[in-house]
Write a protein that binds this ligand. Structure first.
Ligand code: SF4
Length: 503
């Protein structure tokens, strides 16, 4: 048996969180990283990590004069001991090792009256969860146990999170941007359970083989990259791919318990309802389900000129632009394809290349020039475009009436797919444009573009507006962004034309 303490493997706070999500997943991460890491992190996942780091750094402004442990990982343990010997008032990233457990605490702040340390975890979130068990609480309990076994006394524990009400105006006001939430009671209440879990986790990870994989009982989106390795018996398109099947536990669990994985093997399809039923029917029929009447009725409501419209938006944990808050979407680009009744199509676009001052005003003014409020504005998942519009109206009330007219008449082209008027089994129950487009208009593809996904667009825009980026690269990014957004709206035009041919 491979014993954990005989290896140089340590169990970190992140490992513990991973363990609470899926212990087998963590075992793979430790023992078979090549399986665990077979998918590169998306730009979105990388950004979440980066935003967390930025929030952590920003929160240090709440404790002026704090000492930072610069060494990351185990090398920080020695440095932490040395710095603690100098009795600092605040310590950032203090590193502690107890048995196999390792933590690096975001903030430790000395509390003189209570004669001990306050422990804070910085979360780049807009709120805090106090339920037990929840990782906001358990995460602190894990840290407290490790730190206290090294001899320090924790007298308070809490989460420092972002204030969703905060709006940027000039310099960042850190005292307003962050909220310090006291979770001491919750942490004390969860300590025993976390201690038990830590012992279990150590024993489990010491095992020579991984055991138990519960994802046979979870929908596809909840599975990790190692599912195929653990369950080669499950076909690529299986009952796990049925739209939100995790929500129909009784039915789903019954199939799994009886070894029904393939859609062809479902022996009680009459129990499926709504989108699930439609997906199964389309799969079994081997062709799309089409509600011609429904599509005709919905498209019949549209008024020319049709205006296919899409925003790209940027957000960050620490607000960068006046008027916006933490994670609030900042529209930086739009694309608009206008189709007249005679079929003529015209394209307009706008990209913010230098976001200084009141840069959303010229964007909105250009929109007013480009759009005809008498025609229908068409978007995909219109909630997003409507929310951006509403924010622009809040910032520029003189344009509120125009925005209201646009929002009231906006048509969501996704509705045709989300309401099952057109269902192809290849959508796998999703109505996202990235799933629908390659199936209904396969020749239109993002593959040849410099930017292929929304999260990449955000990352590229951030790079483009950085003063460190060369003009040559800025120009290239601007061109890539324009091409990407243009395809988003042209994709809607193509899908609309595809639907027209059906009716
Ligand atoms: S597929 Fe699910 S249960 Fe299996 S290892 Fe991955 S996350 Fe865990």
């Amino acid at each position: 048996m491979q014993l954990l303490h005989k290896t140089d493997m340590h169990i970190t706070k992140t490992d513990y969180l991973e363990y609470t999500f899926c212990r087998k997943n963590l075992w793979f991460m430790k023992h078979k990283p090549e399986l665990f890491n077979d998918k590169e992190l998306s730009e979105f996942e990388k950004k979440i990590i980066e935003e967390g780091n930025l929030a952590d750094e920003a929160a240090r402004n709440l404790f002026p004069g704090g000492e930072l442990i610069e060494l990351v990982g185990m090398r920080g343990v020695g440095q932490t001991k040395n710095v603690l010997a100098m009795k600092p008032k605040t310590l950032f990233q203090g590193a502690f090792l107890s048995d196999v457990f390792f933590v690096q605490a975001d903030v430790l702040h000395w509390n003189e009256p209570l004669n001990g340390w306050e422990l804070y975890e910085v979360k780049a979130t807009n709120d805090v969860k106090r339920e037990i068990p929840h990782h906001h609480v358990n995460d602190l309990a894990f840290q407290k146990l490790v730190i206290e076994s090294g001899g320090l006394k924790i007298v308070k524990a809490g989460v420092i999170h972002l204030n969703s009400e905060y709006r940027q105006k000039g310099e960042v006001d850190y005292d307003e941007l962050f909220i310090v939430a006291d979770l001491t009671d919750e942490v004390l209440a969860s300590e025993d359970a976390v201690r038990e879990e830590m012992d279990e986790m150590k024993a489990y990870l010491s095992g020579a083989e991984e055991r138990g994989c519960d994802c046979l009982y979870r929908g596809r989106n909840a599975q990790c990259t190692t599912f195929t390795h653990s369950h080669p018996e499950v076909p690529e398109y299986s009952v796990h791919d049925i739209n939100r099947i995790g929500g129909s536990k009784k039915l789903f669990y019954d199939w799994i318990d009886r070894g029904i994985y393939a859609l062809e093997d479902i022996d009680n399809p009459e129990k499926l309802k709504g989108a699930k039923k439609a997906q199964h029917q389309a799969y079994m029929a081997g062709k799309p389900l089409i509600d011609h009447e429904g599509i005709t009725e919905l498209l019949g409501e549209l008024v020319f000129p049709l205006q296919f419209f899409d925003y790209e938006g940027y957000s960050s944990a620490i607000p960068r632009f006046d008027g916006f808050g933490a994670y609030e979407q900042v529209p930086f680009q739009y694309s608009l394809h206008t189709m007249r009744e005679d079929g003529e199509i015209e394209h307009r676009e706008y990209l913010v290349t230098d976001p200084v001052g009141d840069f959303t005003r010229p964007l909105l003014e250009r929109m007013r020039e480009d759009m005809d409020p008498n025609g229908t504005v068409i978007s995909w998942y219109s909630t997003y475009e409507k929310q951006r519009n509403a924010k622009l109206a809040e910032l520029h009330p003189e344009h509120a009436e125009f925005i209201e007219t646009i929002n009231e008449g906006m048509f969501d082209l996704m509705t045709i797919f989300s309401k099952n008027y057109y269902v192809d089994a290849a959508f796998k129950g999703s109505a996202s444009i990235k799933r629908v487009l390659p199936v209904v208009v396969p020749h239109l593809t993002y593959k040849a573009l410099g930017i292929q996904k929304g999260d990449q667009a955000i990352e590229r825009w951030e790079k483009m507006i950085s003063p460190e980026t060369s003009q040559k690269e800025k120009d290239q990014i601007a061109s890539d962004l324009l091409e990407y957004c243009k395809l988003d709206t042209f994709a809607m035009v193509a899908i609309y034309q595809f639907l027209l041919k059906l009716i």
